[in-house]
Design a binder for this molecule. Structure first.
Ligand code: NAD
Length: 324
């Protein structure tokens, strides 16, 4: 039986990955600071532990795994990453996790490891025009990410590539672009635009209004979590190291995203623009390289993923109201 380890298995993407690997018939160990918040984990073995501690890392990686997925990071949406007060923690915590995980892999002769970098590592100067952002993989240098989160991702992806070069680690590196879906953060300060907007719309009265940070003309693309897992498994099981974008290329403005969610809700809701943390002006996944190397590209329309996510977030909002 094939064995997998999922680091960050209590988080959004990690908990979905555990479910997928179990469906495929693998034996799965998860590790995280916490259990998944919204569902029981399906992992065969789940360790509560802090990957900043090298001893914990070594006890999680105490045997040969066929596949290791490294999702653990100190991260969140714009309200977490762009406000400045978490910068030292983001850099220190996530870099320490990656240093420890790779060291433990080397010591236990574990080779195949997937690392989730982020589109936030791309230079800000290529993402000033909302209609024409450049996020081709080879545009990464000269580097100028607009957040410490992005700088840590850039450092860590280089760390994985260096361990591949010098220590025989079979690293697989992807740059995720805004992954969304049910069972992710929606109200704890780490939520991203799709979940946050679903919450605002679900909480608003018919005829009411919601607030959006900035003028809403900034562009992004959003990939549904199932497609992210598909691309991640394809890359991990391929013979190619990356780095490669994993994201949707259906680019929308934040205003359009909000209108889509309002449309799904069936309510009449106005949009009010307020000041808030923003990030780059435009971003879209460039999917030419993944298509060329893996013969795959995402195909699920944004609206479909939003319907499922809106339904889940509105259930959370309703359940929370009952608890109040
Ligand atoms: P998440 O915050 O839901 O999951 C990360 C998990 O890591 C959390 O459960 C957290 O408890 C765990 N963790 C943090 N510090 C830890 C520690 N010291 N020891 C053990 N566990 C620890 O985030 P996610 O959305 O599932 O993202 C997973 C990965 O993908 C992250 O590395 C993130 O940077 C990357 N990524 C995500 C997106 C996205 O849109 N969701 C976009 C780009 C990159």
């Amino acid at each position: 039986m094939k064995k997998a380890l999922v680091c960050g298995a209590g988080g959004f993407i990690g908990s979905h990955m555990v479910k997928r690997l179990k469906r495929e018939g693998l034996w799965v160990r998860g590790i995280d600071l916490k259990y998944p918040r919204y569902t029981e984990t399906e992992a065969d073995d789940f360790l509560i532990g802090d990957l900043r501690d090298p001893h914990v890392c070594r006890s999680a990686i105490d045997q040969r795994f066929d596949e290791i997925y490294q999702f653990a990071a100190d991260m969140g949406g714009a309200g977490f990453v762009f406000v400045g007060i978490h910068d030292a923690d983001i850099m220190h915590n996530s870099a320490t996790i990656n240093l420890n995980v790779l060291d433990a892999c080397r010591k236990r002769n574990n080779k195949r490891i997937f690392y989730s970098s982020s589109a936030c590592m791309y230079p800000e100067f290529n993402q000033l025009d909302p209609d024409n952002p450049n996020c081709a993989e080879d545009s990464a240098y000269p580097a100028q990410p607009d957040s410490e989160y992005g700088w840590e991702k850039l450092f860590s992806e280089r760390l994985y590539l260096a361990f591949a070069r010098n220590h025989g680690i079979e690293a697989r590196v992807a740059r995720y672009h805004n992954i969304f879906g049910p069972e992710g953060s929606w109200f704890d300060g780490r939520e991203k635009a799709p979940a946050a907007l679903c919450r605002k719309v679900a909480s608003a009265k018919d005829g009411g209004e919601i607030e959006i940070w900035g003028d809403g003309k900034q562009t992004r693309s959003f990939m549904y979590v199932d497609e992210c897992l598909e691309a991640t498994c394809r890359l991990t099981r391929s013979d190619w190291i990356g780095p490669v974008n994993i994201g949707s290329d259906e680019m929308v403005t934040i205003n359009q995203l909000a209108e889509m969610i309002i449309g799904i809700s069936g309510k009449k809701i106005a949009i009010k623009h307020i000041d808030g943390p923003l990030g780059v002006r435009g971003r879209n996944s460039d999917n030419r390289l993944i298509e060329h190397k893996l013969g795959w590209r995402p195909s699920k329309p944004l609206i479909e993923g939003l319907r499922t996510t809106y339904e889940w977030v509105s259930q959370q909002v309703a359940a929370n109201k009952k608890d109040d």
